[in-house]
Design a protein around this ligand. Structure first.
Ligand SMILES: [Zn+2]
Length: 467
């Protein structure tokens, strides 16, 4: 049966996408072909980075394409929370506002704190109005679809085995079943070697010791979102009875692993990378975390600027003319930030706050800002990096925490036409030859320790002065 594509919707959305910006030849035709003829699986949670690289295109182009496609109504954006213990996508449908700062994983039976760097995978699914997919209704998915295509991340490779996690689960599966309320199921298993039987919901049978040919009886009860107890037994034949002690119908996957699995991740779009992508605010600026929710980001580079001489200038030329000059200066700085791959978070009076995915991008932007001619105005720039919390400030993405405070204070240390960067930033970029060379033009960087207001330990920093 051919896919049920709404060709009118598809054409309208593609026309809107075409108008959004100039795209390389063939890019939109590829997308049209994909939506018209690919399998449901290929259109569900598309990783925009691997989509682009598989077609010989730059990852940032793939990200821009799917962000604009989401804006045009062709795609839905999915912010998925991923458990790094088992690879389960704990929640995988919804916007940034649906994200929580912690999550409970049913395979691991534990709560964890989420961060946008490691736990959030952003992907794109074709909109149901353009083409309905069976993955749009996860409750009605088959067990195979549910566990091998929906519930676990497809961006994980098992370290040492060079095998995707979902392929590993499929190969190692012992039980794939629905367990009805108050029902029981019996399985004859043969565990060949030492290891663990694990799965979703939480199961833990440790097989240890010398193998036996004797068949053992084992009963596991499902309640409180896990199978109990967690026994040890020798490898060999087992008659396993699973009993559901709850009133819910539950999907069960149990698989055997002879190793403790460690994960490598295919290049993908993490929540942090997306928040620092300039196209994100342009296309989906309404995507914010819920008011009152703070989601941690482990490593974010923050840039603050201020303008020296602006107060005197207001005095000298009057508010209107000064405002015009400051606005012009802002526009130039915002363009530099965007060109360097960062995002202007907000402006405050004569100051700008920007965020970057990579410290080197922040340094490039800071340097270009102070090198730019701003007339009487002399920009003062500070850079710092570290953990912070992403919050909703007046329905915009904003950052909160001591890293933000330190970045602002470091900016306060800068004189006009000067860039101050903390050691945390410098340590990351000193190996970047291009950045190190452009900084070296202004003399060797001297480390100095500065006491910053509200910060208990002195902060090591470096200054770059251009004129
Ligand atoms: Zn887990």
């Amino acid at each position: 049966m051919p896919p049920a594509v709404d060709t009118t919707q598809l054409s309208e959305a593609l026309t809107q996408l075409e108008r959004a910006q100039a795209w390389p030849p063939g890019l939109l035709d590829e997308l049209r072909d994909l939506i018209s003829s690919a399998t449901d699986e290929a259109l569900f949670q598309i990783n925009p980075v691997s989509y682009a690289t598989a077609r010989g295109r730059a990852p940032e182009l793939g990200i821009a394409l799917f962000l604009h496609a989401a804006r045009a109504g062709l795609m839905q954006i999915d912010w998925s929370l991923r458990c790094c213990g088992c690879g389960e996508l704990v929640s995988n449908r919804g916007g940034l506002a649906q994200l929580d700062s912690d999550f409970y994983c049913d395979s691991c039976a534990r709560s964890s704190a989420a961060n946008l760097d490691e736990n959030v995978e952003v992907a794109f699914t074709v909109a149901p109005s353009v083409r309905p997919l069976r993955f749009h209704a996860p409750d009605s998915l088959s067990l195979e679809d549910y566990f091998y295509r929906f519930r676990f991340s497809r961006d994980i490779v098992i370290r040492g085995l060079d095998k995707p996690l979902v392929a590993f689960l499929r190969e190692q599966a012992l039980i794939l079943a629905w367990l009805e309320p108050d029902a029981e199921l019996v399985f004859e298993l043969d565990i060949p070697e030492q290891g663990w039987v694990v799965g979703h919901p939480r199961t833990m049978i440790t097989t240890i010791g010398a193998p036996t040919r004797e068949r053992r009886e084992l009963t596991l009860d499902y309640h409180d979102r896990a199978f109990h107890p967690r026994p040890e037994l020798a490898p060999g034949p087992v008659r396993l009875t699973l009993r559901n002690k709850t009133a819910e119908r539950v999907r069960v996957l149990k698989y055997f692993t002879p190793i403790v699995t460690y994960f490598d991740y295919l290049p993908h779009l993490s929540g942090r990378r997306l928040l620092n992508n300039p196209e994100f605010r342009r296309c989906l600026g309404t995507e914010v975390v819920r008011p009152g929710t703070g989601i941690p980001v482990k490593d974010c580079t923050l840039l603050f600027t201020d303008l020296r001489g602006s107060t005197a200038m207001y005095d000298l030329i009057g508010d209107n003319a000064a405002f015009e000059l400051v606005t012009e200066s802002f526009e130039v700085m915002a363009q530099i930030v965007t060109r360097c791959g960062g995002v202007v978070v907000k402006t405050m009076g004569d100051a700008i706050m920007a965020s970057f995915n990579h410290p080197a991008d922040g340094v490039r932007a800071g340097l270009q800002i102070i090198l730019n001619e701003h007339g009487e105005l002399q920009p003062k720039v500070g850079l710092h990096r570290g953990p912070c919390i992403v919050v909703n400030q007046n329905d915009m993405v904003d950052y909160f925490g001591q890293t933000v405070n330190v970045a602002a204070r470091v900016q306060g240390e800068a004189a006009g036409n000067e860039l101050c960067l903390t050691e945390a930033v410098w340590d990351d970029v000193r190996e970047d030859q291009a950045v190190a060379a452009s900084l070296a033009e202004f003399g060797e960087l001297q480390r100095e320790l500065r006491a910053l207001k509200g910060v208990s330990e002195p902060v090591p920093l470096y200054r770059v002065r251009v004129r």
